[in-house]
Ligand binder design. Structure first.
Ligand SMILES: Nc1nc2c(ncn2[C@@H]2O[C@H](COP(=O)(O)OP(=O)(O)O)[C@@H](O)[C@H]2O)c(=O)[nH]1
Ligand SMILES: [Mg+2]
Length: 167
């Protein structure tokens, strides 16, 4: 199973979704710090809402296979900037949350657009409360993580640099 880091504004439903995906009971819990689960990394919304905290997201995302951008379909505003995906050298997917609360198709469309503009490749629409769209998201996450290409490690690089430096 791929390990996903969930990023989205405060209250968009990241923690509740992780509880649902992990077959845990749903209970409200304010996320104050980065929290590591077996297959997920939960982040405080403030890390997205305050640009100076982006670096914390970048460092934390190193431990994940994929980035999950999360947008609540009821919140008709976002903190996800266009091309946010370029911040991370990882595949990005999008999750529209709280679909049980949507009262018009335009709300879902707005959230999908936000995620697409942020750089999400695939987009899932879920409700953690109504338990819809969860199976599709889980089966996507259960696909194995793509193998990363081999890269040179430090010794050959160091040797190459040593040869290049004038004595
Ligand atoms: N109706 C509905 N409420 C939800 C859903 N997911 C989360 N919530 C509620 O939204 C609020 C914020 O959820 P939370 O998971 O803490 O958001 P986070 O800040 O992104 O982790 C809580 O009151 C949740 O009960 C959902 O799918 N449907
Ligand atoms: Mg949370």
């Amino acid at each position: 199973m791929k390990k996903a880091i969930l990023i989205g504004m405060s209250g968009c439903g990241k923690t509740t979704l992780i509880q649902r995906l992990s077959d845990d009971s749903l209970r409200y819990k304010k996320t104050q710090v980065v929290e590591h689960y077996l297959n997920f990394i939960d982040t405080p919304g403030e890390y997205l809402e305050q640009r100076k905290l982006y670096r914390a997201l970048i460092v934390t995302a190193v431990d994940a296979d994929e980035i999950g951008l999360v947008q609540d379909c009821v919140a008709q505003a976002t903190w996800i900037p266009p091309s946010f995906a370029t911040t991370f050298a990882k595949p990005i997917f999008g999750i529209v949350t709280k679909t049980d609360l949507a009262t018009s198709p335009a709300q879902l469309e707005y959230a999908r657009n936000v995620l697409q503009m942020g750089g999400a490749q695939r987009i899932f629409e879920v409700s953690a409360v109504a338990n819809t769209g969860i199976a599709e998201l889980l089966s996507y996450l259960e696909e194995p993580a793509p193998a990363t290409p081999p890269v040179f490690r430090t010794p050959p690089l160091r040797a190459a640099l040593a040869g290049a430096v004038a004595p």
